[in-house]
Design a binder for this molecule. Structure first.
Ligand SMILES: O=C(O)CCC(=O)C(=O)O
Ligand SMILES: [Fe+2]
Length: 260
């Protein structure tokens, strides 16, 4: 069993922990979130509080990632609740993917939002971006603030429990801006996330390269920088013991008509 990359999940760059910190969003109780009255308050308070993330570098041959806690627990709880109200997931044919000509049900729920007119092809399914929701805009802007990168599209995956999962893939579509990292925000249940080098997969493996395993925490941000998605596949394996849902947002920059 390979060791997980050690991750400091509870500590920020100034050495404080969640418990020691003044909660960013004192008013953000679940009740208020449910009534939708907290949105403006969330925005204002989060921007007033300077959040200094503690970045962790994750590196291997051809793999370059950064990991940090972007949102403290209370704020992450609130964002999760708001997304549950706002996001409309795909239904019908759009919940199926094609792999080597065979059609499968997607083992999770999916949606996508982005700038007007954007489409993205993912596992043989062409996804048309719905308009940004207020919470997705808020999270996108927080990611931009933390990274200096701008994004025009987000793929949303909802895993109802540990049975829902995502198989090994690389996000190496040609329409993605290679200079922009894929920024993955996780909310809800903590899940394992596994990178596997393309030359060390399957029966025809050419090299023995250890997989890189992470735990993606509630409120975390994982940046997959170039050239990670050229050399490494990643997956979110099923974990039968996970009983609660998780929402993952992957912010991307899509090049359309050669424009950024
Ligand atoms: O849910 C996750 O963390 C994985 C998401 C992912 O790999 C993707 O959306 O391409
Ligand atoms: Fe991915």
């Amino acid at each position: 069993m390979d060791a997980f990359v050690s991750q400091s999940r509870k500590r920020y760059i100034d050495g404080t922990t969640d418990e020691q910190r003044e909660p960013v969003l004192k008013k953000c109780k679940e009740e208020e979130c449910n009534q939708g009255i907290v949105k403006e308050d969330v925005k204002e308070k989060a921007y007033l509080t300077e959040f200094s993330q503690s970045w962790q570098k994750i590196e291997a041959e051809g793999l370059d990632c950064d990991y940090a806690l972007l949102f403290p627990k209370e704020e992450a709880d609130c964002l999760y609740t708001q997304l549950e109200e706002e996001v409309v997931y795909l239904t019908g044919d759009k919940t199926k993917i094609q792999v080597f000509g065979k059609v499968y049900n997607v083992p999770r729920k999916q949606a996508s939002c982005g700038d007007a007119g954007l489409t993205y092809t993912y596992s043989g399914v062409s996804l048309q971006a719905s308009p940004w929701t207020p919470t997705l805009e808020y999270i996108r802007d927080a990611v931009t603030k933390a990274t200096g990168q701008t994004f025009n599209f987000v793929l949303i995956n909802r895993y109802k429990d540990g049975h829902d999962h995502m198989g090994e893939h690389r996000d190496d579509e040609r329409e993605l801006d290679p200079l922009c990292p894929i920024a993955s925000v996780s909310l809800g249940a903590v899940r394992d996330f596994v990178f596997r080098h393309r030359e060390s997969r399957g029966k025809q493996r050419r090299r023995q390269i250890n997989p890189v395993k992470l735990e993606l925490a509630h409120g975390s941000l994982l940046l997959m920088n170039s050239p990670t998605n050229t050399h490494w596949y990643h997956s979110l394996p099923a974990r039968k013991r996970v009983l609660t849902p998780r929402i993952n947002l992957t912010f991307r920059r899509i090049l359309q008509d050669g424009k950024k």
